[in-house]
Design a protein around this ligand. Structure first.
Ligand code: CTP
Length: 396
């Protein structure tokens, strides 16, 4: 009964253990192994080739050392305007196609000529791309189309093996393919575009929110908020414009979160830093505060507030990006080790103990402005007192 049960899971393994347990078979197996090893060594010495069944794996004892493989370098370019988790996912997939990822960030002028002016300028787009944990090098002012001259520069100066782009068509104003030359050279690879998010979508969401804020339509907003948060793919009429604005239809899966995670906890003596916030429309300012926070310790834990908390503290028209979208953008940042998806507004004693937090940090621009109001009132009162006691003012 037992042996049958064992045999079904790993028949070969169970059988081998049993066979070798019999002394005579063990000796035979040992002898045969020695014979094969001897024959192989002899073959290596006299330079004959062994039949495949008798070939050994590469020597482990210091034979001629194999030449180290050159890292495969891949190149992805893009505008990366209003950087979102779709861009991060593209960079993640591109990096997985090689060992080193070089990213070309298209110049403001080139974007203007090909798609219209970007919302974020080149230096901000550079900060955003460089902050993504899968990026190894960034090239500024990349051209929109891969010209012959630029392609040769990529191959010869940057040692690029493959040029990568999402599976959406990337056409120039004259209708031709921006990657035609790379495809012809056989050095083009494609990744899957992330559904449900684009810079245009985000601008649309922002416009919708501005419109709602100006009309004070908080009832409509809460339904809009629900659609953002739950990822319905409806089109919402944008009040007269023919296009309509597509609401996020991003469906967060556990696999996507795992793909974006570092998968490593803090070491036993790590100094854990905690910072929380909305991190809505993740931008260069967020990157900077996360970089500074990370410098204060060994492990950066970021608490992302729920959509409800953000609405309650920032106004009904926020957040623009839902909790899961915001979490992915933060997780993609190289300075972040882990996130709490839906952190409480208040950092409780319990949280500090549970996560072993050493230091809680906050930027100088606080979300809760009450303490600033109190501080300013105090300051004004003390200044008033000071000037009241003075009979004249010195200097100019
Ligand atoms: N990309 C993606 N998924 C998205 C958006 C972009 O995989 N949802 C990929 C693009 O295919 C490209 C790279 O990210 O390989 C950079 O994209 P970018 O040049 O910024 O252009 P767009 O595709 O226009 O991005 P968006 O529509 O968001 O502006």
């Amino acid at each position: 009964m037992d042996s049958e049960g064992g045999g079904s899971g790993g028949g070969g393994g169970g059988g081998a253990v049993k066979d070798l347990a019999t002394p005579s078979k063990f000796v035979a197996a040992f002898f045969l192994g020695g014979l094969v090893l001897g024959a192989s060594l002899l073959a290596v010495q006299v330079g004959i080739s062994l039949p495949p069944s008798l070939q050994l794996p590469p020597p482990l004892w210091g034979g001629r050392r194999r030449r180290r493989r050159r890292p495969v370098r891949v190149y992805m370019d893009g505008c990366f305007d209003m950087m979102h988790y779709g861009h991060c996912n593209a960079l993640r997939q591109a990096r997985a196609l090689g060992d080193e990822l070089v990213v070309g960030v298209v110049s403001d002028d080139e974007i203007t000529a090909n798609k219209g002016p970007p919302v974020t300028p080149l230096h901000e787009r550079m900060i955003m791309v460089a902050a993504v944990k899968w990026v190894d090098e960034v090239i500024p002012d990349a051209p929109y189309a891969i010209t012959e001259e630029f392609m040769n520069k990529l191959f010869n100066k940057y040692n690029i093996d493959y040029i990568i782009h999402g599976d959406d068509p990337c056409l120039l104003p004259d209708g031709t393919d921006a990657y035609a030359l790379a495809k012809k050279a056989g050095r083009y690879k494609q990744i899957k575009r992330t559904e449900g998010v684009s810079s245009t979508d985000i601008v649309g969401r922002m416009l919708l929110c501005v419109r709602e804020r100006s009309t004070g339509d908080s009832h409509n907003h809460s339904s809009l908020q629900r659609q953002f948060s739950h990822g319905h793919g409806q089109k919402v009429d944008d009040g007269g414009s023919a296009s309509g604005t597509r609401i996020s239809h991003f469906l967060p899966t556990s696999r996507r979160i795992v793909q974006f995670s570092n998968g490593k906890g803090p070491g036993p003596d790590a100094r854990i830093i905690y910072i929380d916030g909305a991190f809505d429309l993740f931008h260069a300012g967020h990157v900077e505060i996360l970089r500074k926070a990370r410098e204060l310790g060994d492990f950066l834990l970021v608490g992302i507030h729920t959509d409800q908390t953000v609405s309650a503290t920032r106004g009904a028209h926020r957040p623009i990006m839902n909790l899961h979208e915001r979490s992915l953008s933060v997780l993609a940042c190289r300075y972040v080790d882990e996130v709490i998806i839906g952190a409480p507004w208040e950092v409780s004693k319990d949280m500090i103990t549970t996560f072993n937090i050493s230091l809680v940090v906050h930027g100088t621009i606080a979300e809760n402005m009450d303490f600033l109001k109190k501080r300013n009132e105090k300051k004004e009162a003390s200044e008033r007192k000071y000037y009241e006691g003075k009979t004249y003012m010195s200097g100019d």
